[in-house]
Design a protein around this ligand. Structure first.
Ligand code: NAD
Length: 465
């Protein structure tokens, strides 16, 4: 059931009022937000120095406080994010934030490595890199900030964020919430920070700042390329176009449910969400029937699909950004189709060459392509993933085929028989990350990703056996 828009608007208004009051009360520098990149970086340098002097126990308390503050402010931040960016769904943003606050690993991720032998002891510890500059996306402004902050600070770093300007209000509020929690838990001010008005210019200044030791970009391929060209250590988490391949051995009803849930979460703006379905001919009709039986999918006919395609794909072949992350009702209404509130996604049959099979649409409009058999499906899935090394899903009970697709497609995340979001720990095993570093290979980032290794050697017999 959809959350009442009036209730959300009231929540947002209350939040904005609270923000105004609080910003009036607190000294600007004590909320993590400053005017210039230089100030933010200088504060981060000092904060990181002070963070390192604190005990690990204190650092753990800081991380706990960040988790708690993210959860306590979840509803207001989720409402603000939907209202400001117009992307996604309130209830799914709430789930995203719970996931990030509870399943992002903390300092336990930094287990040192030790080796003892005839020549003594060798110890490898995961040391902080220093100050990190992190660029965050408009699609998941709160989740990425919670997830990145916990990971980076758990590893002993400080972080200067440059959030997407289109999510400025939400992101700066999120940073204030985290900053307050850190300071109240005994952490140094400035360990997380940003400029009040992030822009592309401030992003450039962070990237080029000599005191920023590492860059992390979560966004499209262009921004990943920008940080990779910086000459600094950079982690790039880029775009995806995750296919889901369904073969004739799948539990078709379960596959339909998983795909509808995975592709419609947050109106398809998760980079991991299914962006096209590839189904073996033999069971294609059943899959379409089961999509409808979920009660959450609307099956468009050819002519309706054509109208929607013309709406959401520009004549130059790019996605019309006005429809990214919007509710399916909003998109369908534009072309004269009315569907009930329970519908979360529109599906349609498409040829392999259809633009929405190849573009990262990030909206609840999902093409379904029929293929003759598994081999043809595997080839198409690999092609449409386009070497992003991001995410792929398979619905099948044929173990050899699942292995064959995983080997051929080489994605960072490969989900079998679940919704795509199981791959980021939502209803699946393992930790979560909202910075999935496919291009640079770190995978689902965590505290250890934001470290450098240091070795200490003791040349003395140190064994106890
Ligand atoms: P985006 O690339 O437009 O922006 C991401 C961030 O980079 C923003 O902070 C933006 O201001 C900054 N940026 C963009 N161009 C820049 C430039 N030339 N110089 C400096 N900074 C620049 O992406 P978006 O629209 O905010 O987010 C959606 C995209 O992010 C999708 O492609 C999605 O797949 C991807 N994404 C990937 C992951 C992942 O973990 N791999 C997670 C979330 C989103």
């Amino acid at each position: 059931m959809r959350t009442n828009p009036d209730m959300l608007e009231k929540l947002v208004q209350r939040v904005l009022e609270e923000i105004r009051k609080e910003r009036g009360r607190t000294h600007p520098e004590s909320n993590g937000l400053v005017d210039t990149v230089d100030e933010a970086v200088e504060r981060a340098v000092e904060a990181q120095r002070r963070l390192l002097i604190l005990s690990l126990e204190r650092r753990q308390q800081i991380i706990n406080a960040m988790r708690k503050a993210a959860l306590e402010n979840n509803e207001m931040l989720s409402a603000l994010a939907v209202r400001e960016t117009k992307l996604g769904r309130f209830e799914d943003k709430v789930r995203e934030n719970i996931l990030c606050a509870t399943k992002t690993p903390g300092i336990e991720d930094l287990r040192p490595k030790a080796l003892s032998g005839d020549h003594g002891l060798m110890l490898v510890e995961y040391a902080p890199v220093g100050v990190i500059g992190a660029l965050t996306p408009i699609t998941n402004p709160t989740g990425t900030l919670i997830n990145n902050s916990i990971s980076m600070i758990a590893a002993g770093n400080s972080v200067v964020f440059n959030p997407h300007p289109g999510a400025r209000e939400t992101s700066t509020r999120m940073i204030e919430v985290l900053h307050k929690a850190i300071v109240e838990a005994g952490g140094p001010p400035g360990v997380v920070g940003a400029v009040k008005c992030p822009t592309l210019e401030t992003a450039k200044a962070i990237i080029e700042h000599p005191k920023v030791n590492m860059l992390v970009a979560t966004g499209g391929r262009p921004v990943v390329n920008v940080v990779l060209r910086s000459g600094k250590k950079a982690i790039g988490a880029g775009a995806g176009n995750p296919p889901v391949l369904v073969d004739e051995t799948a539990n078709i009803r379960n596959a339909a449910q998983c795909i509808v849930n995975g592709a419609s979460i947050n109106n398809n703006i998760f980079c991991t969400s299914e962006k096209e379905v590839i189904v073996v001919e033999e069971i294609a009709d059943s899959l379409l029937k089961f999509f409808q039986e979920t009660g959450k999918a609307y099956l468009m006919n050819r002519e309706e699909a054509e109208r929607v395609t013309q709406l959401v794909v520009d004549p130059d072949g790019k996605i019309n950004t006005a429809y990214i992350g919007r509710d399916v009702q909003v998109i369908l209404r534009e072309v004269g189709i009315e569907v009930g509130e329970q519908i979360r996604i529109a599906v349609f049959e498409a040829p392999p060459s259809h633009p929405l099979v190849w573009l990262e649409q990030m909206m609840p409009v999902l093409p379904v392509v029929r293929v003759k058999n598994f081999d043809e499906g595997l080839k198409l899935a690999v092609d449409v993933e386009q070497g992003n090394r991001h995410t792929a899903v398979m619905q099948s009970t044929h173990v050899e085929r699942m292995t064959a697709l995983a080997r051929a497609i080489q994605t960072t995340i490969f989900v079998k028989n679940g919704p795509s979001y199981a791959g980021i720990g939502l209803g699946g095993e393992g930790h979560t990350s909202f910075t999935i570093a496919g291009p640079t290979g770190e995978g689902l980032t965590s505290a250890r990703t934001f470290t450098r290794q240091r070795r200490c050697t003791l040349v003395e017999s140190f064994r106890i056996i």
